[in-house]
Design a protein around this ligand. Structure first.
Ligand SMILES: *[C@@H]1O[C@H](CO)[C@@H](O)[C@H](O)[C@H]1NC(C)=O
Length: 157
């Protein structure tokens, strides 16, 4: 019982506190903030790819860098983040469901504080949200505080 309590206390300490983020120094002064997330889509990757590329092209803060059948790269800049962020989205088919799985990464080009106020998360979120892929059946977003700092605090607009 004692062991169990101790174990759960350790677990809560590790995962419930921001002090445990995977960064060696306690307060890194210079850091490239990032967000990594995974999306599941019910539709095939070819459709997802087309939708994402089209969406990037119509949104003014995004610039398409490159796209092939597997990887889409884009830049994002805004008045709040003039140095911008780099986005990489990799697609792979989910064989059993005929859908598509994407791993998406947004990284700040400039040095930032550890917390980017959700900027990198919102870069990814706004893209799928605006494309309406988010409301398609089978859509799922998977991330956590290790992969995407401050995503829970983000209010994307
Ligand atoms: C994207 O951003 C990178 C890094 O800032 C820059 O080197 C590159 O020229 C940009 N590409 C486009 C197409 O804007």
């Amino acid at each position: 019982m004692k062991t169990l309590l101790l174990a759960s206390a350790l677990f809560a300490g590790l995962f419930g506190s921001l002090a445990a983020v995977p960064v060696p120094e306690p307060t890194p002064a210079r850091y490239h903030a990032f967000c990594r997330t995974m999306w599941l889509f019910g539709d095939p990757c070819t459709e997802i790819l087309t939708t994402l590329v089209t969406q990037i092209q119509v949104m003014t803060e995004y610039t398409l860098v490159s796209a092939d059948s597997v990887v889409v790269k884009a830049n994002h800049t805004s008045p709040e983040s003039p140095e911008g962020e780099t986005l990489t989205i990799s697609l792979s088919p989910t064989i059993l469901t005929g859908g598509c799985r994407a791993t998406a990464l947004s990284t700040s080009n400039g040095f930032t504080s550890l917390f980017d106020g959700g900027q990198n998360y919102c870069n990814l979120y706004n893209l799928v949200s605006a494309s309406s892929l988010m409301s398609e059946p089978g859509f799922m977003e998977l991330t956590n505080e290790w992969a995407c700092l401050s995503y829970k605090l983000a209010t994307c607009s």
